[in-house]
Write a protein that binds this ligand. Structure first.
Ligand code: HEC
Ligand code: HEC
Ligand code: HEC
Length: 126
């Protein structure tokens, strides 16, 4: 006959190990970051890179609201630099291959923003 205690312990250990990536992900607030293609001739983003990694969705929302609701087309960054508020003319001027940048990271995190049904998606040089 089998021993109930061992079977139960076995199941608990199995479940704990199996879901470890999930728990560590939740607790560190981290996500998958595949090797994305960064702009070759630029060193800095509109805001510090850690901020961009964590908050670019919020920033884009704010940009859209600023542009469309307040007609404000200039963004002043935390370092005092001025940028045109434009997904197309600012973000995608530097990040000019969405397949190798936005999409690559989004797909590995199972996020699928719906922006490209309206905004033009640059695919870089072939
Ligand atoms: C002037 C060029 C430039 C513009 C404009 C720009 N970026 Fe960036 N972006 C960069 C560079 C260069 C990096 C990498 C910086 C680093 O590694 O320190 C970067 C990094 C990022 C990252 C983090 C990638 C990673 O390494 O994890 C995200 C996300 C991002 N940008 C999104 C955006 C969005 C959204 C916009 C528009 C609101 C934008 N960028 C505008 C040049 C730019
Ligand atoms: C380094 C990884 C990475 C890169 C590069 C990146 N994103 Fe994201 N993006 C994410 C993650 C992760 C989420 C989901 C975050 C969340 O829901 O909290 C996200 C969410 C978004 C969202 C919100 C979608 C939603 O359904 O909530 C938008 C819009 C977005 N990204 C636009 C962009 C654009 C545009 C670019 C390229 C210029 C880009 N991202 C590049 C990781 C990245
Ligand atoms: C149904 C169509 C549609 C979708 C989907 C859409 N947009 Fe837009 N967006 C527009 C239009 C139209 C404007 C106004 C263009 C203008 O007046 O310059 C705009 C303007 C913007 C602006 C400010 C001005 C500019 O030229 O960039 C940002 C930023 C922006 N959208 C981001 C996003 C992001 C991020 C997504 C995906 C989460 C998204 N949009 C999805 C239609 C759309």
């Amino acid at each position: 006959m089998y021993n109930k205690t061992y079977v139960l312990a076995g199941i608990i250990i199995f479940v704990a190990l199996f879901t470890t990536p999930f728990w560590t992900g939740i607790m560190s607030g981290s996500y998958q970051r595949p090797a994305v293609q960064l702009p070759a001739n630029e060193k800095e983003c509109v805001e510090p890179v850690e901020y961009m990694r964590a908050e670019h969705m919020q920033l884009l929302n704010d940009w859209r609201d600023q542009a469309l609701r307040n007609e404000a087309r200039v963004y002043v960054s935390s370092t005092g630099k001025k940028w045109e508020i434009s997904l197309q003319n600012t973000c995608l001027k530097c990040h000019n291959n969405t397949t190798e940048f936005c999409d690559k990271c989004h797909i590995s995190n199972s996020v699928y923003p719906y922006c490209w049904t309206c905004h033009i998606e640059p695919k870089g040089k072939k």
